[in-house]
Design a protein around this ligand. Structure first.
Ligand code: HEC
Ligand code: HEC
Length: 393
């Protein structure tokens, strides 16, 4: 009898300890904070939503999802598309010239419908606090939550506010995946590989569209480029050539080429203000997706984001409508191609006398300016394994 009781006690104890162990396991679910290093001289006001902190596990899951064609909700290779289809690392997360799938540099979705504008690079977006897309439609201050304007139905979860919402825009938009959240969640849930990854990032294996968008947004926020020749010069490691240095002086002076007001400078090494301007390309404005479409302020007709000029030599065609194929064409435009309109931004000083239609640089100065722009290329970044396609490693 005593023995029986003892055995019972042991059984109880085992059961009890067993439960306890499970409880403890649940309690100790924790993620590893991602070690984000802010490069010297870069701003410290970074954009990380409070409900989606960067974790090592989340970033890793996001990297796989970013490159997985099955995110489109389809299994057949011909009908797959991933974020990496249009945002390609070696072209600074743009399409690059001579893309076999999109030879004119203008991408289209699985439907064949072209994207309304040309691609934007996904670099250093963690410093963007002023809205995403060429017209800034996705922003923290957006009151137009949920819209059918881009083919995306109004969803309560779809906030149109940050990188998280752009994941869903990509999945729904007819000019991108042309899918929907049910298809994507079903497809990703059916892939065994992802189960432990969701568990590590979010505590259990459940795949939801909120988790998918959070993980991809986390990955995108880690994509930082800060080791160009320009950065190395700022850190005192290398010197610019005479031509590059003259180009930097032109870039950062009003009497020179006058680029720095909108595109950064040594004191703002993101090389963008993240703001929107009409940079005097046209006199008539008909694009229904310019900055005016978002703000309805008259002065925003024909205004777009002043993109970062980092890695700019790799991201042609240039401007929201890809009108310039090469950097030479862009510099020719700023040099003598400016077009006056009442909407041209006041910072386009070269519209004023004695200039009128551009900076009037001589051929040597033009070459110097381009030489400087090319110092903004970060070659190490373009193959950094932390951002590369994990399915090709
Ligand atoms: C078919 C090509 C294509 C695919 C696929 C694609 N994108 Fe894009 N992406 C674009 C284009 C074009 C733009 C610029 C759109 C605009 O502003 O009009 C853009 C812009 C963005 C931006 C805004 C960048 C900025 O500086 O404001 C983010 C973020 C982004 N995409 C993330 C994604 C994610 C995440 C995916 C995958 C879910 C994805 N993209 C898939 C073409 C694509
Ligand atoms: C008043 C602000 C302003 C000034 C000054 C300015 N830019 Fe821009 N820049 C912009 C805007 C806005 C865009 C995007 C316009 C568009 O897409 O329609 C742009 C686009 C560009 C692009 C193409 C970016 C891309 O990703 O396609 C390059 C290159 C460029 N600018 C270089 C320069 C240079 C070089 C100078 C000086 C000669 C200069 N900019 C002066 C506002 C400015």
């Amino acid at each position: 009898m005593i023995l029986k009781v003892n055995i019972l006690i042991v059984v109880f104890l085992l059961l009890f300890l067993g439960c306890k162990k499970e409880e403890v396991e649940e309690e100790i679910f924790q993620t590893t904070p991602y070690d984000l290093v802010i490069p010297r001289g870069f701003p410290t006001n970074i954009n990380i939503p409070s409900d989606n902190p960067l974790t090592k596990e989340g970033v890793e899951l996001g990297r796989y999802l970013f490159y997985d064609g099955r995110l489109s909700g389809r299994n057949h290779p011909d009908s797959q598309m991933s974020c990496g289809t249009c945002h390609i690392q070696k072209y600074s997360f743009e399409l690059g010239p001579n893309n076999p799938q999109f030879p004119d540099g203008h991408p289209h979705g699985l439907t064949g419908i072209k994207t309304p504008h040309y691609v934007l690079p996904l670099i250093n977006l963690i410093w963007n606090n002023r809205g995403y897309l060429w017209n800034g439609m996705i922003s923290e201050s957006n009151t137009n939550l949920g819209s059918v304007a881009y083919g995306v139905p109004a969803l309560p979860e779809y906030h149109m506010r940050n990188i998280e919402s752009l994941v869903w825009m990509g999945i729904y938009a007819p000019h991108e995946f042309n899918g929907n959240s049910e298809m994507t969640v079903k497809m990703i849930s059916s892939i065994a590989m992802y189960k432990p990854m969701f568990k590590a990032a979010f505590g259990d294996e459940q795949v939801t569209y909120e988790r998918i968008s959070k993980a991809i947004a986390q990955f995108i926020r880690t994509i930082i480029t800060s080791n160009s020749k320009f950065d190395q010069m700022l850190r005192g490691e290398v010197q610019l050539s005479t031509s590059e240095r003259n180009g930097l002086i032109l870039f950062t002076t009003e009497e020179g080429a006058d680029c720095f007001h909108c595109h950064g400078q040594p004191a703002n090494p993101t090389m963008t203000t993240h703001d929107f301007y009409n940079n005097a390309k046209d006199s008539v404005f008909t694009d229904p997706r310019d900055r005016y479409a978002v703000t309805k302020r008259k002065q925003d007709h024909g205004a777009y984001k002043s993109t970062t000029l980092r890695n700019i030599e790799l991201t042609g065609p240039y401007m929201h409508d890809g009108r310039f194929k090469t950097l030479e064409e862009v510099v020719d435009f700023y040099n003598y191609g400016l077009v006056y309109s009442e909407y041209a931004h006041p910072l386009m000083h070269k519209l004023e006398p004695p200039y009128g239609n551009g900076a009037s640089l001589n051929p040597q100065q033009k070459a110097d300016l381009i030489a400087f722009l090319k110092t903004l290329t970060d070659h190490e970044f373009l193959t950094n394994p932390a951002f590369s396609n994990p399915f090709e490693q």
